[in-house]
Design a protein around this ligand. Structure first.
Ligand code: AMP
Ligand code: GLY
Length: 426
């Protein structure tokens, strides 16, 4: 089969690397891709937010039998719906199901209606009403812009002053654009053992009937060591999550995962694809922080290398509604992904820096923001490369990843040196 993967980042390169292992895959395409995807797929220079242009490209490439849509914005735009109308098979939810990510207010209402554990919240469209509530609740609190805001629309406010300023920024100054027309004011959850609280990403495959959890992973959202600094798209991940147990998984499947999938069915929004649960362990059990309608980035970079089953078989089973027919198997052991970023990220940074790579040993270099310029590999984004290493334990994988990083350099490269060591029990 010939497959088109939509997206440009590390997640898409990781999906392509997993698909490449399938015996049934013939040719891979990536729209638009990066220098890494170009090594295993044909990059397609078409804007995937332009539905007519994507359709035109597919019409001129009848050899492409399947499209995988991974970024949030084309899912929210309804790219899957539009492609399916023309008879093209896709992996990814339609727009009405992807609402779990593109409207945080909708997700909150869904969880409240179906009794799915999450932080208490109120939704506001009026600034003055929101301000009264913020003052009444007091700090700490969390403010969330309703729509998609490149993963940046969440403010965790430790003081009332921060909360008041944040509310003004989101609702009046429109820091996150129209995403801030509606705001959620949310209770700040505390972790059971750690502060900030312990979070785990649980990605699942679902066809709307069967749900299969993937191996768990932990993201590192802050820019600096010790979970300090600004929020980013994610500076690294590791699997498995140290506090995850089979008992906890059973509890989460029963109280959160199946209730969510069933709730979406009951609302006529059957979800088919990868449904991502961002969870926090609190003293009152596991609670939902957020849903994503897609694979996480950089979670995918550590989860998919552990998949033993052919990814194309899984994708097609989801599309065709026969996920219960296949057995999905995972490797034991651990995997660590360290993100190498441009100096200054997540604020301003320079692009076009030449990347030098020596002998990195037994790791996979997943490309995020890279390009080829004048025959040289150069930086082309905030998050540039993901160094992915496997091991029997997280420590073994960590050691391999950081050893490899010594062989990689460019001007002002930055990364966290503590990926993989948080939430250790005992
Ligand atoms: P999100 O974009 O929804 O993943 O939120 C970004 C980050 O903000 C999360 O990963 C958490 O660290 C934090 N966060 C979001 N909601 C809450 C909450 N209700 N309580 C505490 N922290 C939160
Ligand atoms: N790593 C978090 C996300 O993909 O939203």
């Amino acid at each position: 089969m010939n497959i088109l993967v939509i997206g440009n980042g590390g997640r898409e390169h990781a999906v392509l690397l997993a698909l490449k292992k399938s015996k049934r895959v013939n040719k891979l395409y990536c729209m638009k891709g990066n220098a890494g995807t170009a090594q295993i797929a044909q990059n397609v220079d078409v804007d995937y937010m332009d539905i007519a242009a994507v359709k035109k490209f597919l019409l001129s490439h009848p050899d492409i039998n399947y499209v995988v849509v991974t970024p949030d914005d084309p899912l929210a735009l309804g790219l899957v719906d539009e492609l399916e109308k023309t008879g093209i098979r896709c992996f990814g939810p339609n727009k009405s199901a992807a609402i779990v990510e593109w409207s945080k207010a909708y997700s909150k209402e869904l969880m409240s209606k179906y009794g799915i554990p999450t932080a208490k919240a109120r939704v506001f469209t009026d600034y003055n009403e929101a301000l009264v509530y913020v003052r009444q609740e007091g700090a700490p609190l969390v403010l969330k812009a309703d729509g998609l805001a490149l993963g940046k629309g969440v403010l965790v406010c430790k003081t009332l002053k921060e909360a008041e300023e944040g509310l003004k920024d989101i609702m009046l100054n429109k820091t996150f654009g129209s995403a801030g027309n509606t705001v959620l004011v949310e209770e700040c959850l505390q972790g059971l053992k750690y502060n900030p609280g312990e979070e785990v990403s649980l990605l699942t495959f679902t066809d709307g009937k069967t749900v299969v959890p993937m191996v768990t992973s932990c993201d590192h959202k802050r820019a600096e060591d010790g979970d300090k600094g600004l929020n980013t798209g994610g500076m690294g991940t590791f699997t498995p999550c140290p506090f995850w147990t089979p008992e906890l998984e059973a509890e989460v499947m029963q109280t959160i995962v199946y209730p969510t999938v069933n709730a979406l069915n009951a609302e006529g929004r059957t979800f088919k694809g990868c449904l991502y649960f961002g969870l926090m362990r609190t003293d009152k059990g596991m609670k939902v922080i957020e849903y994503n309608s897609r694979f996480g980035d950089p979670e995918t970079q550590v989860v998919l290398p552990m998949l033993k089953t052919d990814l194309l078989d899984v994708f097609e089973a989801v599309t065709d509604g026969r996920l219960s027919d296949i057995k999905i198997e995972w490797e034991d052991g651990a995997c660590v992904c360290v993100v190498l970023a441009s100096g200054g990220y997540p604020l301003s940074y320079k692009k076009g820096k030449e990347i030098k790579i020596g002998d990195v040993g037994e790791v996979t270099l997943v490309h995020a923001g890279t390009a080829i310029k004048d025959g040289k590999l150069v930086t082309n984004g905030g998050r540039v490369l993901n160094v992915v290493a496997k091991g029997k334990t997280v420590d073994e994988a960590r050691e391999k990843a950081y050893k490899a990083i010594e062989k990689i350099s460019w001007e002002n490269m930055q990364y966290r040196s503590d990926i993989g060591i948080k939430y250790r029990e005992g």
